[in-house]
Design a protein around this ligand. Structure first.
Ligand SMILES: Nc1ncnc2c1ncn2[C@@H]1O[C@H](COP(=O)(O)OP(=O)(O)OP(=O)(O)O)[C@@H](O)[C@H]1O
Length: 234
């Protein structure tokens, strides 16, 4: 579904991504982990065209979408949930969600989002700024889903959330894959993301250095030392 081939990207003279390749099939969750500054956020931005790739390519379902503007990406079925919980604080939950459906043809349908996040149902008329951090993250993901994407890119959805909410959000990743989406998940929370990911990619200094099933990667001493505090993932 999503194919990233030899992608290079950066900011001005700073080259951040060096020939990054990965793919995500429909119904699969792929986690991208790596230390601060490894280039994970830049990877999602380059895949989504917010940062223009300088080499390499991005395909959705065989269509070349490299560097296309956001509205084109949405039309091809890609949605990006950025790190900073995009939630318009003075708008209601419903208005926030409806805004996410701008690129969609036909009628807006809140039901698939409310089915994933039942907690939002009684809060549809509440303004987003008064929600808890976890609920704001649900709105942010829900907004992305309103476009009815085939591919969803998520940048650290668990950051700053209580463990119970983190596990709720991770369960949603699995449910999205069950609905047939290709899920590309950037996470600092390696333990939580490895529990639900089908495959994982480890990035260092803008390069993919390891790739495999989480169950295989946790056996690697370098992965344990760097990301799991020396112990295997529970
Ligand atoms: N807008 C920008 N302008 C210039 N340099 C940037 C910009 N955004 C990121 N960088 C640089 O790109 C490199 C990779 O940053 P990026 O945010 O992609 O890493 P990351 O792996 O997501 O890190 P973190 O886990 O800390 O969020 C860093 O050296 C960073 O300083």
């Amino acid at each position: 579904m999503l194919e990233v081939k030899d992608l290079d990207a950066g900011y001005g003279a700073l080259r951040v991504l060096h020939s990054v390749s990965l793919n995500v099939a429909a119904g699969e969750v792929v986690a991208v982990v790596g230390s601060n500054g490894a280039g994970k956020t830049t990877l999602l931005r380059a895949v989504n065209g917010i940062v223009a790739p300088t080499a390499g390519g991005v395909e959705i379902d065989g269509h070349d979408v490299t560097g296309k503007p956001t509205e084109k990406m949405a039309k091809f079925g890609m949605t990006h949930v950025p790190e900073n919980r995009l939630c318009f604080p003075s708008l209601t939950v419903k208005d926030n969600l409806d805004l996410g459906g701008w690129s969609r043809r036909g009628k807006l349908d809140l039901d698939p989002v409310l089915e994933l996040f039942p907690r939002l149902k009684p809060r549809l008329q509440q303004v987003c700024g008064t929600l808890s951090g976890g609920e704001q993250q649900m709105v942010s993901i829900g907004r992305g889903l309103m476009a009815d994407p085939k591919v969803i890119l998520l940048d650290e959805p668990s950051v700053g959330l209580a463990p119970k909410v983190v596990s709720e959000i991770m369960t949603v990743m699995t449910r999205l894959a069950e609905r047939g989406l290709a899920v590309l998940l950037v996470e600092q929370n390696v333990r939580a993301s490895f529990k639900i990911a089908d495959r994982a990619v480890v990035m260092q200094r803008g390069r993919v250095v390891l790739e495999g099933k989480p169950s295989e990667l946790v056996e690697r001493p370098e992965v344990r030392a760097a990301y799991l505090g020396g112990a295997a993932a529970a």
